[in-house]
Every structure is written in C-alpha cells, then in structure tokens.
Design a protein around this ligand. Structure first.
Ligand code: GYE
Length: 331
C-alpha cells in the first residue's frame, strides 16, 4: 500500500518534470523572442516619455508596480522627452529579443520605420497613453489610454456653461502640451470645438509649455506681458497650470478669481490647487495604466486577440468635488 502510493508520487513528480520541460521548450521556441536565459518570465521593454509631469511620475510608478505584481520582467527606459531616444530604446529592445514592447510615443508622427522593424522581428507592440498617426494599423496590437479630444471638449463645455451670461468677449490663453503630441493635438481640438458654441469665447494666445511647470510659468509670463486682458487660462495639464500660477501671482493677479483656470489630469497637486480655489475646473486623465498594460502584455504574448483600442474611464472635478476627492487621491 505504502510502496504503491510512493510509486504514484514518483510517477506524478516525473510527469510534472516532463510537463515543465515541455512548457519551457515551448517558451524557448517561441517566435516572439524571449530572454533566452531559461527563465520563462515575460520580458517587457517599456519606453517612457520622460518625467515631465506629476502625471508621468504616477504613470511610471503604476507600470513598475504592476509589472512586479504580475511577475513580468520590465526593462524600463526614460527617453527624456526625445523621440530619437525612444527610437534607440525600441531598437535596443528588439536586439535584446524582449517578448513585448510597449511605449508612450512622445509625438504622433515618425514611427513607421522602427515599428516595422519590431514587426519584422515578430515582437508585438502595445501603445500606451499616447497614439501614433501610422496609417498601417498592423504595426501595433492595441492602444491603451485616454480619449484626449473628449478631455478637451469637457473642459470647453464647462467654460461655455460658466460664461453663458457673458455679454462681451472672453479672452482665453492656452498652454499647449508638447508640440506634436497626441494629448496636445487632441485637447486643443476638443476644446476649440466646444467653445465654438459661444462666439464671445476667443483664444487670444496659444503656445506650448511642453507639459512642464517651468514651461507653463515661462509662457504664461509672456502671455501676461502681451495681453492686457486675460480672462481664462486653459492649460493642457496640471503642471503647466501650476507653473502659470506663479506667473499670475507675480503679475499681481489672483488665480481662480481674476483668471479662470482650467487644466487636465487631476494629479494631487492639481487637485490641491483646485480645492484651494486657485484652479476652477479639471478634466481628469488617469495615469494608472499599469495593471491593464500587464494584462495586455500577457495576452499579446500568448497570441490572443485584443481590442484595437482600450479607453480609460475618466471624470471631471469642480472645486467642491476636488475637496471631497482629495483625501482619497492616491497620486
Ligand atoms: O496629461 C501630461 C503628461 O500623455 C496623457 O502627458 C499624457 C500627458 C499628461 O506629461 O501631464
């Protein structure tokens, strides 16, 4: 009796070894690369835009934490907001034969060549956060991120409602995000479409502050010098709005009162400025893309079909709503 059960255990253990060996063999013969070190963890190469904003920092944390939680080996590269660095990073990932490549394209154009190289190497690519304008949609598996046009539209619609009683012109200045980036292009478009509902609402100046606080401050200083009457600031992200606060205060104006301030993101510092009455409205953009990205990486590595576009659910915040939400805000 005892010997038979021992035999069964031995057979079971032996079968287990065989199974493990065949699984490992499958992993190694996989077309998609693999680290080739006998370790069958998925290797994900991720090229991040940079560390330009609170949003970006929260996004990086989300991706690193989610990779660790999912048991995915993450090769992380920070491109310092330069497309050439991202292209270099992607080429490195291809050379290293990672299983999956994901990246947040700093700008929309100019990706076809490197994406074709990844495709030829049979490494699936996932776009996170920002889109590319490549006509050939087979160059990547999916896009995971936000509807930036909608964010701009929500910001504009709120302003239309606020200013519906205005009898004269309402002068708006706009701090655009990084030139050529999907969120800058799309937020600009959505906002312009929404404010067209009221011809009194006019954009009198619009320039890039590169999504940074320093950029927002510097460009707002120029706006204030050149435009004696500014009623509204629409900043494409919280950080530029926070930088602009300094310029507005230095010019002797009260942010949130003399100038209505609308931003996008809803990171903690932005929400604090909103709760404090310095900002007036924020359209949310969630940076917490890590868990969904890891899920997608596993699926594309396994050859499963995934939706072409996966959009994050978002909301908007008024000053009152920011006060309520702030204590539980994680980033
Ligand atoms: O809004 C901004 C960041 O691509 C959605 O990039 C992202 C944007 C975000 O620098 O703060």
């Amino acid at each position: 009796m005892r010997s038979r059960s021992t035999a069964r255990t031995v057979i079971a253990a032996f079968a287990g070894v065989l199974l493990a060996a065949s699984v490992a063999a499958c992993g190694n013969s996989d077309t998609g690369g693999g680290s080739g070190d006998g370790n069958d963890k998925i290797v994900l190469g991720f090229s991040q835009v940079g560390a330009e904003s609170g949003w970006r920092t929260a996004n990086t944390t989300s991706i690193k934490e989610a990779a660790a939680a999912a048991g995915i080996e993450l090769k992380f590269d920070d491109a310092q907001q330069k497309q050439e660095n991202q292209i270099k990073a992607i080429r490195n990932f291809i050379q290293q034969k990672v299983d999956v490549i994901a990246f947040s394209p700093v700008v929309e154009s100019g990706w076809d060549t490197v994406l074709k190289e990844a495709k030829d190497a049979k490494i699936p690519v996932i776009l996170t956060d920002r889109a590319v304008d490549s006509a050939d949609k087979s160059l990547y598996k999916t896009f995971l991120g936000s509807d930036f046009v909608k964010e701009g539209r929500l910001a504009g619609e709120w302003l239309v409602e606020q200013k519906k009683a205005a009898s004269g012109p309402v002068n708006i200045v706009e701090l655009q995000g990084t030139t050529g980036s999907a969120p800058a292009n799309d937020r600009k478009k959505g906002f312009a479409e929404a404010i067209a509902a009221n011809p009194n609402l006019k954009i009198v100046a619009s320039q890039s502050g590169d999504f940074t606080r320093a950029g927002g401050k510097q460009v707002m200083e120029q706006f204030l010098k050149a435009n004696p009457k500014i009623d509204v600031l629409f900043a494409h992200n919280d950080d530029m709005g926070l930088g602009a606060l300094e310029a507005i205060t230095a010019a002797g104006k009260t942010p949130g009162k003399d100038i209505t301030i609308i931003t996008v993101d809803a990171v903690k510092d932005g929400m604090q400025a909103l709760a404090d009455g310095k900002f007036n409205f924020i359209a949310e953009c969630s940076p917490l893309l890590g868990p969904q990205l890891m899920d997608l990486a596993k699926k594309v590595k396994a050859g499963e079909e995934v939706p072409a576009r996966i959009e994050t659910e978002e909301t908007t915040f008024t000053q009152e709503q920011a006060k309520e939400a702030l204590p539980n805000r994680k980033y």
